[in-house]
Ligand binder design. Structure first.
Ligand code: F6R
Length: 359
Protein backbone atom coordinates (compact mmCIF):
# COMPACT_ATOMS: atom_id res chain seq x y z
CA UNK A 1 0.00 0.00 0.00
CA UNK A 2 1.25 3.47 -0.75
CA UNK A 3 -0.32 4.94 2.42
CA UNK A 4 0.40 8.64 2.70
CA UNK A 5 2.43 8.71 -0.49
CA UNK A 6 0.78 10.33 -3.51
CA UNK A 7 2.63 7.92 -5.81
CA UNK A 8 4.26 4.52 -5.42
CA UNK A 9 7.41 5.78 -7.08
CA UNK A 10 8.24 8.05 -4.14
CA UNK A 11 7.53 5.25 -1.69
CA UNK A 12 9.84 2.97 -3.64
CA UNK A 13 12.60 5.59 -3.82
CA UNK A 14 12.35 5.99 -0.04
CA UNK A 15 12.54 2.23 0.51
CA UNK A 16 15.96 1.88 -1.10
CA UNK A 17 18.12 2.26 2.02
CA UNK A 18 16.03 -0.47 3.69
CA UNK A 19 16.39 -2.69 0.62
CA UNK A 20 20.20 -2.38 0.81
CA UNK A 21 20.12 -3.36 4.48
CA UNK A 22 17.74 -6.25 3.86
CA UNK A 23 19.89 -7.63 1.07
CA UNK A 24 22.97 -7.40 3.23
CA UNK A 25 21.22 -9.44 5.92
CA UNK A 26 19.89 -11.87 3.37
CA UNK A 27 23.17 -12.70 1.65
CA UNK A 28 25.99 -11.76 4.06
CA UNK A 29 26.19 -13.91 7.17
CA UNK A 30 27.47 -12.71 10.52
CA UNK A 31 30.45 -15.10 10.38
CA UNK A 32 31.69 -13.45 7.18
CA UNK A 33 30.39 -16.15 4.85
CA UNK A 34 27.74 -15.59 2.19
CA UNK A 35 24.56 -17.47 1.43
CA UNK A 36 24.91 -17.98 -2.29
CA UNK A 37 24.56 -21.42 -3.80
CA UNK A 38 27.96 -23.17 -3.71
CA UNK A 39 27.29 -24.73 -7.10
CA UNK A 40 26.56 -21.31 -8.59
CA UNK A 41 29.90 -19.99 -7.31
CA UNK A 42 31.68 -23.06 -8.65
CA UNK A 43 30.09 -22.65 -12.04
CA UNK A 44 31.07 -19.00 -12.17
CA UNK A 45 34.58 -20.04 -11.29
CA UNK A 46 34.65 -22.45 -14.20
CA UNK A 47 33.59 -19.76 -16.65
CA UNK A 48 35.87 -17.41 -18.57
CA UNK A 49 33.41 -14.59 -19.31
CA UNK A 50 30.15 -13.26 -17.92
CA UNK A 51 27.43 -12.05 -20.24
CA UNK A 52 24.86 -9.83 -18.57
CA UNK A 53 21.62 -9.75 -20.55
CA UNK A 54 18.81 -7.28 -19.78
CA UNK A 55 16.52 -4.49 -20.97
CA UNK A 56 15.87 -0.92 -19.91
CA UNK A 57 16.71 -0.08 -16.33
CA UNK A 58 17.97 -3.59 -15.66
CA UNK A 59 20.39 -3.19 -18.57
CA UNK A 60 21.60 0.05 -17.02
CA UNK A 61 22.07 -1.75 -13.70
CA UNK A 62 24.26 -4.24 -15.55
CA UNK A 63 26.53 -1.47 -16.75
CA UNK A 64 26.62 0.12 -13.33
CA UNK A 65 27.83 -3.20 -11.87
CA UNK A 66 30.34 -4.20 -14.53
CA UNK A 67 33.46 -2.56 -13.08
CA UNK A 68 32.91 -3.91 -9.57
CA UNK A 69 32.25 -7.40 -10.94
CA UNK A 70 35.39 -7.40 -13.06
CA UNK A 71 37.51 -6.06 -10.20
CA UNK A 72 36.23 -8.48 -7.56
CA UNK A 73 35.79 -11.55 -9.76
CA UNK A 74 38.66 -11.12 -12.15
CA UNK A 75 36.43 -12.33 -15.00
CA UNK A 76 35.64 -10.15 -18.04
CA UNK A 77 32.03 -8.96 -18.10
CA UNK A 78 30.00 -7.95 -21.17
CA UNK A 79 26.63 -6.22 -20.92
CA UNK A 80 24.09 -6.83 -23.68
CA UNK A 81 20.60 -5.73 -24.63
CA UNK A 82 18.29 -8.73 -24.79
CA UNK A 83 16.51 -7.46 -27.88
CA UNK A 84 19.81 -7.30 -29.78
CA UNK A 85 21.31 -10.52 -28.50
CA UNK A 86 18.11 -12.31 -29.39
CA UNK A 87 18.95 -11.90 -33.06
CA UNK A 88 22.69 -11.92 -33.06
CA UNK A 89 24.82 -13.88 -30.65
CA UNK A 90 28.30 -12.36 -30.61
CA UNK A 91 31.27 -14.67 -30.83
CA UNK A 92 31.14 -16.21 -27.37
CA UNK A 93 34.09 -17.15 -25.21
CA UNK A 94 34.69 -20.86 -24.70
CA UNK A 95 33.03 -20.95 -21.25
CA UNK A 96 30.38 -18.28 -21.09
CA UNK A 97 28.15 -17.70 -18.08
CA UNK A 98 24.91 -15.77 -18.59
CA UNK A 99 23.33 -13.49 -16.00
CA UNK A 100 19.80 -12.28 -16.70
CA UNK A 101 18.83 -9.15 -14.82
CA UNK A 102 15.08 -8.71 -14.71
CA UNK A 103 12.88 -7.11 -12.09
CA UNK A 104 9.72 -8.84 -13.29
CA UNK A 105 11.27 -12.07 -14.51
CA UNK A 106 8.78 -11.94 -17.39
CA UNK A 107 10.45 -9.79 -20.03
CA UNK A 108 9.92 -11.52 -23.38
CA UNK A 109 13.08 -10.13 -24.99
CA UNK A 110 15.21 -11.53 -22.19
CA UNK A 111 13.37 -14.83 -22.14
CA UNK A 112 14.05 -15.26 -25.84
CA UNK A 113 17.78 -15.12 -25.14
CA UNK A 114 17.48 -17.50 -22.20
CA UNK A 115 15.73 -20.06 -24.39
CA UNK A 116 18.69 -19.88 -26.79
CA UNK A 117 21.22 -20.08 -23.98
CA UNK A 118 19.48 -23.19 -22.67
CA UNK A 119 19.50 -24.74 -26.14
CA UNK A 120 23.22 -24.09 -26.36
CA UNK A 121 23.66 -25.66 -22.93
CA UNK A 122 25.35 -22.73 -21.18
CA UNK A 123 24.87 -22.04 -17.46
CA UNK A 124 22.59 -19.18 -16.46
CA UNK A 125 21.54 -17.17 -13.45
CA UNK A 126 18.42 -15.00 -13.23
CA UNK A 127 18.52 -12.14 -10.76
CA UNK A 128 14.90 -11.12 -10.26
CA UNK A 129 12.45 -9.59 -7.85
CA UNK A 130 9.78 -12.18 -8.55
CA UNK A 131 10.16 -15.71 -7.19
CA UNK A 132 8.68 -18.29 -9.52
CA UNK A 133 8.71 -15.94 -12.54
CA UNK A 134 9.35 -17.35 -16.01
CA UNK A 135 13.00 -16.35 -16.21
CA UNK A 136 13.57 -17.65 -12.72
CA UNK A 137 12.05 -21.02 -13.57
CA UNK A 138 13.94 -21.39 -16.82
CA UNK A 139 17.41 -20.37 -15.68
CA UNK A 140 19.67 -22.82 -13.92
CA UNK A 141 20.08 -20.56 -10.87
CA UNK A 142 18.03 -17.76 -9.31
CA UNK A 143 19.03 -15.06 -6.87
CA UNK A 144 16.18 -12.92 -5.54
CA UNK A 145 16.22 -9.15 -5.18
CA UNK A 146 14.01 -9.02 -2.07
CA UNK A 147 13.04 -5.45 -2.93
CA UNK A 148 9.36 -5.98 -2.19
CA UNK A 149 6.78 -5.45 -4.95
CA UNK A 150 7.67 -2.64 -7.31
CA UNK A 151 4.38 -1.07 -8.41
CA UNK A 152 5.42 2.15 -10.16
CA UNK A 153 6.14 1.48 -13.82
CA UNK A 154 9.41 3.41 -13.56
CA UNK A 155 11.86 1.10 -11.86
CA UNK A 156 13.85 2.49 -8.93
CA UNK A 157 14.47 0.07 -6.07
CA UNK A 158 14.93 -2.87 -8.43
CA UNK A 159 17.85 -1.03 -10.06
CA UNK A 160 19.61 -0.41 -6.74
CA UNK A 161 18.75 -3.93 -5.55
CA UNK A 162 20.34 -5.42 -8.68
CA UNK A 163 23.58 -3.53 -8.19
CA UNK A 164 23.59 -4.45 -4.50
CA UNK A 165 23.07 -8.16 -5.17
CA UNK A 166 25.81 -8.16 -7.81
CA UNK A 167 28.18 -6.45 -5.36
CA UNK A 168 27.41 -9.11 -2.75
CA UNK A 169 27.78 -11.94 -5.24
CA UNK A 170 31.07 -10.56 -6.56
CA UNK A 171 32.36 -10.17 -3.02
CA UNK A 172 31.37 -13.74 -2.12
CA UNK A 173 33.02 -15.07 -5.26
CA UNK A 174 36.16 -12.98 -4.90
CA UNK A 175 36.61 -13.87 -1.25
CA UNK A 176 36.37 -17.54 -2.06
CA UNK A 177 38.80 -17.24 -4.94
CA UNK A 178 41.30 -15.01 -3.20
CA UNK A 179 40.81 -11.90 -5.33
CA UNK A 180 42.47 -8.98 -3.59
CA UNK A 181 39.88 -6.34 -4.57
CA UNK A 182 37.12 -8.48 -3.07
CA UNK A 183 38.99 -9.22 0.14
CA UNK A 184 39.60 -5.51 0.62
CA UNK A 185 35.95 -4.59 0.06
CA UNK A 186 34.06 -4.70 3.35
CA UNK A 187 30.70 -5.11 1.66
CA UNK A 188 28.56 -5.04 4.78
CA UNK A 189 30.18 -1.87 6.07
CA UNK A 190 30.19 -0.11 2.70
CA UNK A 191 26.57 -0.94 1.88
CA UNK A 192 25.60 0.31 5.35
CA UNK A 193 27.38 3.62 4.70
CA UNK A 194 25.72 3.84 1.31
CA UNK A 195 22.25 3.25 2.79
CA UNK A 196 22.87 6.07 5.27
CA UNK A 197 24.14 8.35 2.50
CA UNK A 198 20.99 7.57 0.48
CA UNK A 199 18.88 8.64 3.43
CA UNK A 200 20.70 11.96 3.53
CA UNK A 201 19.88 12.58 -0.15
CA UNK A 202 16.26 11.65 0.44
CA UNK A 203 16.01 14.29 3.18
CA UNK A 204 17.06 16.85 0.58
CA UNK A 205 13.99 16.16 -1.54
CA UNK A 206 12.71 19.70 -1.30
CA UNK A 207 15.93 21.26 -2.53
CA UNK A 208 15.79 18.93 -5.51
CA UNK A 209 12.14 19.72 -6.08
CA UNK A 210 12.71 23.47 -6.21
CA UNK A 211 15.64 23.17 -8.63
CA UNK A 212 13.59 20.89 -10.83
CA UNK A 213 10.78 23.46 -10.88
CA UNK A 214 13.15 26.10 -12.13
CA UNK A 215 15.16 24.17 -14.70
CA UNK A 216 12.88 21.38 -15.93
CA UNK A 217 9.46 23.04 -15.85
CA UNK A 218 9.20 23.73 -19.54
CA UNK A 219 12.33 22.42 -21.25
CA UNK A 220 12.03 20.22 -24.29
CA UNK A 221 15.24 18.33 -23.67
CA UNK A 222 17.92 17.68 -21.05
CA UNK A 223 21.28 15.95 -20.73
CA UNK A 224 23.04 13.97 -18.08
CA UNK A 225 26.79 13.71 -18.46
CA UNK A 226 29.46 11.76 -16.65
CA UNK A 227 32.38 9.42 -17.21
CA UNK A 228 32.88 5.82 -16.09
CA UNK A 229 30.36 4.87 -13.41
CA UNK A 230 28.92 8.37 -13.64
CA UNK A 231 28.23 7.76 -17.31
CA UNK A 232 26.38 4.55 -16.50
CA UNK A 233 24.28 6.41 -13.95
CA UNK A 234 23.67 9.13 -16.55
CA UNK A 235 22.16 6.50 -18.87
CA UNK A 236 19.70 5.43 -16.18
CA UNK A 237 18.99 9.02 -15.10
CA UNK A 238 18.05 9.95 -18.66
CA UNK A 239 15.84 6.89 -19.11
CA UNK A 240 13.95 7.71 -15.91
CA UNK A 241 13.45 11.32 -16.95
CA UNK A 242 12.22 10.33 -20.40
CA UNK A 243 9.77 7.72 -19.30
CA UNK A 244 7.86 9.71 -16.71
CA UNK A 245 8.34 13.39 -17.61
CA UNK A 246 8.46 12.96 -21.42
CA UNK A 247 11.43 15.31 -21.58
CA UNK A 248 13.73 14.14 -24.31
CA UNK A 249 16.83 13.23 -22.36
CA UNK A 250 20.18 11.73 -23.13
CA UNK A 251 22.76 10.18 -20.85
CA UNK A 252 26.08 10.98 -22.32
CA UNK A 253 29.71 10.05 -21.89
CA UNK A 254 30.98 13.53 -21.08
CA UNK A 255 34.06 13.26 -23.27
CA UNK A 256 32.00 12.33 -26.29
CA UNK A 257 29.84 15.49 -26.25
CA UNK A 258 32.26 17.50 -28.32
CA UNK A 259 32.16 14.86 -31.04
CA UNK A 260 28.72 15.94 -32.14
CA UNK A 261 26.06 16.18 -29.49
CA UNK A 262 27.26 19.54 -28.21
CA UNK A 263 25.53 20.97 -31.28
CA UNK A 264 22.24 20.48 -29.42
CA UNK A 265 23.19 22.78 -26.56
CA UNK A 266 21.45 26.13 -26.68
CA UNK A 267 20.59 28.85 -24.23
CA UNK A 268 18.87 27.30 -21.21
CA UNK A 269 19.42 23.61 -22.11
CA UNK A 270 19.58 21.75 -18.77
CA UNK A 271 22.77 19.69 -18.36
CA UNK A 272 23.21 17.61 -15.22
CA UNK A 273 26.81 16.72 -14.45
CA UNK A 274 27.68 13.71 -12.30
CA UNK A 275 31.02 14.05 -10.54
CA UNK A 276 31.79 11.18 -8.21
CA UNK A 277 35.14 9.93 -9.44
CA UNK A 278 38.42 11.61 -8.58
CA UNK A 279 40.09 10.68 -11.86
CA UNK A 280 37.34 11.60 -14.29
CA UNK A 281 35.54 14.28 -12.25
CA UNK A 282 37.83 17.16 -13.25
CA UNK A 283 37.40 16.26 -16.92
CA UNK A 284 33.60 16.24 -16.58
CA UNK A 285 33.88 19.67 -14.95
CA UNK A 286 35.74 20.81 -18.03
CA UNK A 287 32.92 19.51 -20.20
CA UNK A 288 30.39 21.36 -18.05
CA UNK A 289 32.34 24.60 -18.64
CA UNK A 290 32.16 23.96 -22.37
CA UNK A 291 28.38 23.60 -22.33
CA UNK A 292 27.95 26.55 -19.97
CA UNK A 293 29.80 28.78 -22.38
CA UNK A 294 27.24 27.76 -24.98
CA UNK A 295 24.36 28.79 -22.73
CA UNK A 296 23.53 25.53 -20.93
CA UNK A 297 22.02 25.64 -17.50
CA UNK A 298 24.11 23.23 -15.45
CA UNK A 299 23.29 21.30 -12.31
CA UNK A 300 26.18 19.53 -10.60
CA UNK A 301 25.78 16.42 -8.46
CA UNK A 302 29.15 15.86 -6.82
CA UNK A 303 30.61 13.74 -4.07
CA UNK A 304 31.79 15.69 -1.07
CA UNK A 305 35.52 15.39 -1.59
CA UNK A 306 35.24 16.63 -5.18
CA UNK A 307 32.65 19.33 -4.58
CA UNK A 308 33.19 22.94 -5.53
CA UNK A 309 31.46 26.10 -4.39
CA UNK A 310 28.25 26.49 -6.36
CA UNK A 311 27.56 22.78 -6.87
CA UNK A 312 23.86 22.15 -6.52
CA UNK A 313 23.90 18.79 -4.73
CA UNK A 314 26.59 17.16 -2.63
CA UNK A 315 26.67 13.41 -1.97
CA UNK A 316 28.65 11.63 0.72
CA UNK A 317 31.83 9.89 -0.39
CA UNK A 318 31.15 6.18 -0.69
CA UNK A 319 33.20 3.25 -1.92
CA UNK A 320 33.66 3.27 -5.73
CA UNK A 321 31.62 0.05 -6.05
CA UNK A 322 28.70 1.78 -4.29
CA UNK A 323 28.80 5.11 -6.09
CA UNK A 324 26.15 4.29 -8.66
CA UNK A 325 23.80 3.17 -5.88
CA UNK A 326 24.00 6.57 -4.25
CA UNK A 327 24.27 8.79 -7.33
CA UNK A 328 21.16 7.38 -8.95
CA UNK A 329 18.91 8.46 -6.06
CA UNK A 330 18.91 12.23 -6.79
CA UNK A 331 18.29 11.47 -10.46
CA UNK A 332 15.23 9.39 -9.54
CA UNK A 333 13.97 12.32 -7.48
CA UNK A 334 14.65 14.71 -10.36
CA UNK A 335 12.58 12.54 -12.70
CA UNK A 336 9.80 12.21 -10.12
CA UNK A 337 9.45 15.96 -9.57
CA UNK A 338 9.73 16.74 -13.26
CA UNK A 339 6.80 14.40 -13.90
CA UNK A 340 4.81 15.71 -10.93
CA UNK A 341 5.21 19.37 -11.85
CA UNK A 342 4.36 18.77 -15.43
CA UNK A 343 1.14 17.27 -14.21
CA UNK A 344 1.58 13.63 -15.23
CA UNK A 345 0.63 10.39 -13.56
CA UNK A 346 4.05 9.54 -12.14
CA UNK A 347 3.28 5.86 -11.61
CA UNK A 348 1.61 5.18 -14.94
CA UNK A 349 3.44 6.85 -17.80
CA UNK A 350 1.79 6.72 -21.18
CA UNK A 351 2.59 3.86 -23.57
CA UNK A 352 4.39 1.80 -20.92
CA UNK A 353 3.58 -1.40 -19.05
CA UNK A 354 5.27 -2.76 -15.96
CA UNK A 355 6.21 -6.07 -17.48
CA UNK A 356 6.93 -6.17 -21.20
CA UNK A 357 5.77 -9.62 -22.17
CA UNK A 358 5.74 -9.03 -25.90
CA UNK A 359 8.79 -8.97 -28.13
C1 F6R B 1 12.30 1.45 -16.67
C2 F6R B 1 11.60 0.20 -16.80
C3 F6R B 1 11.91 -0.71 -17.96
C4 F6R B 1 12.34 -2.07 -17.44
C5 F6R B 1 12.56 -3.05 -18.58
C6 F6R B 1 13.06 -4.38 -18.09
O1 F6R B 1 11.93 2.14 -15.54
O2 F6R B 1 10.81 -0.13 -15.97
O3 F6R B 1 12.92 -0.14 -18.74
O4 F6R B 1 13.49 -1.90 -16.69
O5 F6R B 1 11.36 -3.22 -19.28
O6 F6R B 1 12.17 -4.98 -17.21
P1 F6R B 1 12.60 -6.18 -16.30
O7 F6R B 1 13.67 -5.71 -15.39
O8 F6R B 1 11.34 -6.57 -15.58
O9 F6R B 1 13.09 -7.26 -17.22
Amino acid sequence: EKGAYPFYMMKEIDEQPAVLRRLTQEYANLDGSFSFDAELLAELQASDRIYIVACGTSYNAGWASKNALEAMMNIPVEVHLSSELGYHMPLLSSKPFFIFLTQSGETADSRQVLVKVNELGYPSLTITNVAGSTLSREAKYTVLLHAGPEIAVASTKAYTAQITVLNLLAKAYGNQNGVKAAKEFDVVHELGLTATAMEAVITEKETIESSVKSILASTRNAFYIGRGEDYYVAMEAALKLKEISYIQAEGFAAGELKHGTIALIEKGTPVFGLINDEVTGPHTRGNLKEVESRGAETFVISSESLAKVGDQLILADVHPYCRALLAVVPTQLIAYYASLHRGYDVDKPRNLAKAVTVE
